[in-house]
Design a protein around this ligand. Sequence first.
Ligand code: ZN
Length: 504
Amino acid sequence: MAAKSTTTIRQVLSFQPHQAAWFAATQALFNQVVAFYFEVIQAHEKLLDLNNQDALTALEMLTHTTQKNPTPVMPLEEIREDLPAVFRRAAINAALGSARSFFSHLQKWRKRKEKAVAKGKTFTERPPVPPRTWNKSVPFYGGQWKERTPSSILLKVWTGTCWSWLKVRLTGRDLPTDAELGSPSLIRRGKQWWFHTPIEKHFARPATIERQITTNRETTICAVDLNLDDHLAVCTIQTVEGTILATKFIGGGQEINGFRKQQLGRIARNRRKTGIIAEGEQDNVDLWHKIKHIDESLAHLVSARIVQFAHHHGATILVFEHLGNLKPERGKYSRRGNSKRAFWMKGRIFKYAKYKAWDQRIITSRVNPRNTSRECARCHSLVARYQEGQPAEGYTEGAPLVLCHQCGMQGHADRNASLVIGQRLVARSQKPLQEKPSTPLPRVERVEKSTGVLLSQEVKRKEEPSSLRARHGGRNEHGTAQGRRRRMGTPPPFIPRQLRLPLE
Ligand SMILES: [Zn+2]
């Protein structure tokens, strides 16, 4: 089966200084037309029940004067007479997109209101408002551009007085030769103008995760533990068999948290001064913008590094844990806001990594996050988590080190968690193949039974995939220490008696 990936090639335009005004004029005209069509749609809400193609035809009937249609209801000529047809259609499509989004928000709002009224509650939420200003980028449909080479293109632009073909130079990434090009857009970034071209790559759909894992023990998995603290991401590469090939720490968490907290602190101070809280409040807009911008670019950066690392090591599967729910931290505004944003960023990193990975034919998945940080990647006992220089016992949330008292595994807490994440995916994918549905419980029982036999075996120090071996009835060395301890009647204080870590 075929699959595709979409990415955007961004190129900078070079042009004569006076031509910048033409780009601006083209964009202004485009937005004028979009605004016009948005109004037409507002006046004919039913149009939105049609699909885009039919809605486009209907909108042209309503607005475009032809011999067959001499007196449209809302003539577009009132704005401009000489719009190229594809320019008009691009504007109609943009208006349709905005209108669909606006009316779906409005509809949800109406439902919430109805519900509240039916229950006799007062409803104070304000309705969504249609856009007051328009600042859309201009897409260039076929007919609005021609003679594209790797370094130049001719664009049909509105100079303010006429339509004119303009040759501009392009610099930046080359277009791939093996991809299909979508309609490029003209994007304004400050004083610069960019040219964004969406590209579609088609390729054979990679085998499903289950298939890759169950049919090839060499299948390589990149597992990622995302954090809100120091290391934003810790990635490990392991095979289905459990051989660990590489680890990568992606840092910068402390810096970003510090920066964000500082900015949020400033916003909080501004609020106290003004007594006004809105996110859109003018004084704070710049600060919010700064924070959003840095979060966004960091999410792109971290996700790109993750995928690069996975690709470099030939991984075909990328796995994260589910984010779970946000548990808001207590404390100052800056602290609460910071943890909320960090949570949001984790979601962003996942999202971006997923599509960047897909572009490399890597499939992304998520596993149950339960206790990934508490489980030993080698023997699945509970680990002690602690700060450097502290005794290796108990469980200190966020501490960097772990020690497994059962098998002796010692290492970095986040790295251990990422290994566990990878193993969970393997265990989950192999589940349907097993004769009996696996349950996490039998491990302990098996240990009891096998205690006598296994007592003399040494606890292995090599890193290996515990769960597989245990499940396939192979050596069961990791149970040994536990069995011994149990026999001696002195379970380590930090391990609850019912030792069950679900592998799902
Ligand atoms: Zn262990």
